[in-house]
Design a binder for this molecule. Structure first.
Ligand SMILES: NC(=O)C1=CN([C@@H]2O[C@H](COP(=O)(O)OP(=O)(O)OC[C@H]3O[C@@H](n4cnc5c(N)ncnc54)[C@H](OP(=O)(O)O)[C@@H]3O)[C@@H](O)[C@H]2O)[C@@H](O)CC1
Ligand SMILES: Nc1ncnc2c1ncn2[C@@H]1O[C@H](COP(=O)(O)OP(=O)(O)O)[C@@H](O)[C@H]1O
Ligand SMILES: [K+]
Length: 476
């Protein structure tokens, strides 16, 4: 598991270490880790042309100290001071002792011929978009040839939310200290962080504010059938989706459920012909959910329409004491009558994309974790907010950020596949927040496998689910 810790959590843990260590020791530990990653990325120290973008805080201090380590390894290091009177004094003295150059004028920094640019403008205390001088230096760095490495957090990115209010440093790598911050893996910040490297500072951290699951953890949530199992005992999922005219969503959702947990899937709805033709393994009924037979969880909504019949089916499944996943058209209906889920005894999982999310009247600003948590608490449900980094939050605040997937998943029908995957996991009896987080992880891996073969369509994601399960289990 990767724990995601907020700036305040890291700051408090750092304060405890600072109180018992020699002045500057923690920063030098961070900077040594940073320089080590830089040497690995660059493949050499000698002759390396390094430019440091140095702001007025501790982040600039890290960059200066890392610069002095690199200079001692033979690098030609230039520090551009963006706020010269406030640059970290000890770091600056250290760089000068190691033979580094210090400039105040961006034109003299050599960004047009750098091999490596270290962004030490702002770290966990940065606020808002970059100020003009910093933004100018960043745009010159981007135009130049150097590898772009952010120190702790890409400057201009909010460490907690991933919000980017203006200009920011588009890092290829981010070397972060003590803990991974949420803003590196969620929202727009994810796109600015590049590959994230964690330098362990030995901090005594509290429980993380959010988590990212690993392949092995998701594999552990997907038990193999045992010798005593039969087709019913692994959890039967019911799907109410699609229509006679538009069977696609029903076919994708049912297929995804079958490919995730092949015990038994019951389909109830008007797309019976399409589902039967595509998935002879499913048990189908041309009727209402109540006619389907016993299930352990329901998926309701993909392509199911928003007419009175769809409304009645939604109310019917929500009146059961079973876990229910509400998606797509059923979210549109639920947004009009949210009282249907308030106070349900069994779990409810909502899987909105951004537009469906705002239909509930919930604000969706740049803080996707905060918005998802607030929505889950508002209705007392589990909310899975789709996106390039899907966020899952429970009403009690438990939060996961998904780390798998590919932009190729931005294609019609992949959301229907996700519903089937998560529904199947709900039927196995997993707690809703784990089913949703594990389902998003598995769906993302299946998407990555499908994308490896070329541009994908949603059916390809369904087809790759067994291989994705195998990958989670074996790492291969
Ligand atoms: N303490 C330690 O021992 C350790 C600290 N560590 C390191 O310190 C970092 C935290 O340092 P920090 O708290 O000093 O602040 P930091 O993130 O550098 O930025 C604040 C400065 O930026 C400025 N600024 C703000 N917004 C801006 C903007 N939009 N555009 C431009 N400038 C902006 C702001 O200016 P002001 O608002 O004051 O004018 C202020 O001067 C942390 O991320 C880690 O890297 C590690 O080495 C571990 C040990
Ligand atoms: N840029 C992106 N990068 C990664 N995944 C994405 C991106 N855009 C969308 N996705 C994923 O693709 C799926 C799209 O779901 P959805 O919008 O409901 O599509 P549909 O309604 O067509 O089935 C979600 O799992 C979402 O997380
Ligand atoms: K930075």
């Amino acid at each position: 598991m990767t724990g995601l810790h907020t700036a305040d959590q890291v700051r408090a843990a750092e304060a405890a270490v600072l109180a018992r260590t020699r002045e500057g020791a923690l920063m030098q530990r961070a900077a040594t880790g940073l320089a080590t990653v830089c040497l690995r990325l660059a493949g050499r120290g000698a002759g390396l042309r390094v430019v440091l973008l140095v702001g007025a805080g501790g982040n600039g201090g890290d960059a200066l100290w890392a610069g002095s380590f690199l200079a001692r390894r033979g690098a030609a290091v230039t520090a551009l001071l963006l706020d010269p009177d406030r640059a970290h004094p000890a770091g600056l003295a250290g760089l000068r002792r190691a033979g580094g150059r210090v400039v105040r004028d961006v034109a003299a920094a050599g960004l047009d011929r750098a091999d490596l640019v270290l962004d030490g403008i702002t770290g966990i205390s940065g606020r808002g978009g970059l100020r003009p001088a910093a933004a100018d230096a960043v745009s010159r760095a981007v135009a130049g040839p150097g590898l772009l490495v952010a120190v702790d957090v890409p400057s201009g990115v909010d460490a907690d939310t991933g919000a980017v209010a203006g200009e920011a440093f588009p890092a290829q790598h981010t070397v972060t200290f003590g803990a991974v911050k949420p803003g590196l893996v969620v929202g727009r910040g994810r796109g600015y962080a590049g590959r994230v490297h964690l330098v362990d500072l030995g901090l005594d951290l509290p429980a993380p504010s959010a988590r990212q699951l690993t392949d092995a953890e998701v594999a552990d949530l997907l038990p193999d059938p045992g010798s005593g199992d039969d087709k019913y005992s692994q959890g039967v999922v019911g799907v109410h989706a699609g229509s006679a005219t538009y069977p696609g969503a029903a076919v994708l959702c049912t297929g995804a459920a079958l490919r995730t947990r092949p015990g038994l899937v019951r389909y109830a709805g008007s797309a019976v012909d399409g589902v039967r033709a595509a998935w002879p393994e499913a048990i189908v009924t041309d009727g209402r959910p109540a006619d389907a037979g016993r299930v352990q969880a329901w998926v309701v909504g993909p392509g199911a329409g928003t007419d009175d019949e769809a409304q009645a089916a939604l109310a019917e499944v929500l009146a059961t004491d079973l876990p229910v996943l509400v998606d797509a058209d059923a979210l549109t209906l639920l947004a009009r009558s949210p009282e249907l889920v308030r106070g349900r005894a069994a779990a409810t999982v909502l899987t909105p994309h951004d537009r469906e999310f705002t239909r509930f009247g919930w604000d969706l600003g740049a803080d996707r974790i905060g918005a998802t948590r607030a929505a889950a608490a508002d209705l007392g449900v589990t909310v899975l907010l789709k996106g390039d980094a899907t966020v899952v939050a429970d009403a009690d605040g438990t939060t996961f950020v998904n780390g798998t997937g590919t932009p190729w998943l931005a294609t019609a029908g992949t959301g229907d596949v996700l519903s089937g995957v998560v529904g199947a996991l709900l039927a196995t009896g997993l707690p809703a927040v784990e089913a949703a987080a594990a389902g998003a992880h598995l769906h993302g891996r299946a998407g990555q496998l499908a994308a490896a073969a070329g541009p994908l369509i949603a059916s390809d994601v369904v087809a790759q689910l067994p291989a994705a399960v195998h990958l989670l289990r074996t790492g291969a």
